[in-house]
Design a protein around this ligand. Structure first.
Ligand code: ZN
Ligand code: ZN
Length: 466
């Protein structure tokens, strides 16, 4: 807090939209019970934004633009609160009046915050603002605290470069093997160009747009069956996974995500939120379906659901430690999901089809390049042009995806390293334990997950001590 000082340069930190939204949409409580804490919170909101404005010393242009967009978006939540008053029959007239007055004052203050950002902060940020790049030293420190790994930021960057070369090597071999099956007599271009062309061709195999959610629903029992048949991990049948269409208030960020019950609602459902493609143009839907084609969609389900995030979070919630449940280690959580993708394929999910492996390598490249990108942007000086070239030519990404990733790399720091770092550490640990003999995969997975969402380096310590 006192070294990074994000509160001085990130105006997007000051946004209560999500907090209010969570209070308003907590379906565990009747509406009147949800409105009471909202009424209490509204009283402090004007002071909150005024303090935010006073805290800003040297904001970046990028975070200021983000703040303007997101804080404007949060005004919709005030409207939702106002609308809900009409439905809350059991709210006392006094509380309702208090909320209405509070909302009026808050809207005024939030609009003032936006106006200040637009007219004072942004012009200043453009000329004398802080760079969005963290710099090598701060990045190294943030990496150490966020990721909590035996790797340094620079060390994992070097590993990611090696892994990228390995993935390209495997993809080139598979392209040689598959080229004529898909391309007939068409001459094969040199190097990675051929890989890209082949991936584009194989991506044509995908579900229809109106079957996207139902296709995911149908895959969950298949994944469960595979995990059980191969004895990979115990899955608690009392904690079912509910596939649902993403609620409207959550849409717009990720196409698929997991909402898991927290430590205070252990018996709540786990939801697999899948956004239907209703709002997309035919072209957008086609591009999205090619990205989440027949093969990648299955890998996505492994990652998000079984045995990825959903399974891990069920185990994590059994941990008696509230600290570990609430402050879970992101690299362990993402690393586990990325690890299970490879583990499932190694165990024969997808029948060792070369197409499945080729697509898996493309998917795994994404996590690998996330690390390279984050490090090169914040500890180095990678330009947008070079970043897009890397993501599209070496990562085989569509332009829209690459541009979105660049934006994310400018607005976040270190988080993009979590996927590959966690994956690498878990994979290393497994291989290390295998060499010791007496290795059982199911036992390894269950023991590994039993420590809760802890940093892999500490799980490793506990699993390797004699
Ligand atoms: Zn198509
Ligand atoms: Zn994930």
């Amino acid at each position: 807090i006192d070294t990074l000082r994000e509160y001085e340069w990130n105006p997007a930190m000051y946004n209560l939209g999500e907090h209010l939204d969570q209070l308003l949409n907590n379906k565990e409580l009747p509406l009147s019970k949800r409105l009471e804490p909202i009424a209490a919170k509204l009283k402090h909101i004007p002071q909150y934004y005024a303090t935010g404005l006073a805290n800003l010393k040297k904001p970046t242009k990028e975070h200021t633009e983000l703040a303007i967009q997101q804080v404007k978006g949060s005004l919709a939540v005030f409207q939702m609160i106002e609308d809900s008053l009409k439905k809350a029959v059991s709210v006392s007239p006094d509380v309702a009046e208090e909320i209405r007055n509070g909302l009026k004052e808050c809207r005024g203050e939030v609009n003032h915050y936006i106006k200040q950002l637009e007219t004072v902060v942004l012009p200043k940020a453009k000329t004398e603002g802080r760079s969005f790049r963290l710099g090598k030293e701060l990045h190294a420190q943030k990496f150490a605290y966020d990721i909590v790994s035996d790797y340094t930021a620079e060390g994992i960057y070097q590993e990611a470069l090696k892994h990228k070369a390995y993935l390209h090597g495997e993809m080139l071999k598979l392209t040689d093997q598959l080229w004529s099956k898909y391309m007939g007599n068409k001459p094969k271009p040199e190097g990675l160009k051929a890989v890209k062309e082949l991936i584009t061709k194989i991506s044509e195999k995908h579900v229809k747009r109106d079957e996207f959610v139902s296709a995911i629903k149908a895959q969950i029992p298949e994944l469960t069956r595979f995990v059980e048949e191969k004895k990979l991990l115990y899955l608690d049948p009392k904690k079912p996974l509910v596939v649902r269409e993403t609620p409207l208030y959550m849409r717009g960020v990720a196409g698929a995500s997991i909402s898991s019950p927290g430590p205070y609602e252990k018996n709540g459902n786990t939801y697999y939120n899948v956004t239907p493609l209703d709002d997309m143009t035919p072209e957008q839907a086609e591009s999205y379906l090619r990205e989440y084609n027949h093969y990648i969609l299955q890998i996505l389900n492994i990652h998000e659901a079984i045995p990825g995030h959903y399974a891990q979070l069920v185990y994590s919630n059994q941990s008696p430690s509230l600290i570990k449940s609430i402050f879970g280690n992101g690299a362990m959580i993402e690393g586990w999901a990325v690890y299970t993708e490879r583990m499932m394929l190694e165990e024969g999910y997808g029948n060792h089809e070369p197409e499945m492996w080729l697509m898996y390598y493309k998917w795994n490249l994404r996590a690998t390049l996330n690390t390279i990108l984050d490090y090169s942007v914040h500890a180095g000086n990678l330009s947008e042009t070079d970043a897009l070239r890397m993501l599209m030519e070496e990562g085989f990404q569509e332009e829209a995806e690459a541009k979105g990733k660049w934006r994310r790399a400018t607005l976040t720091q270190v988080q993009l390293c979590s996927y590959f770092t966690g994956f690498k550490e878990i994979y290393n640990l497994r291989e290390e334990l295998k060499k010791k003999g007496n290795f059982n995969l199911k036992n390894f997975h269950e023991t590994f997950l039993s420590y809760g969402s802890s940093p892999v380096k500490y799980i490793r310590l506990l699993m390797t001590k004699q």
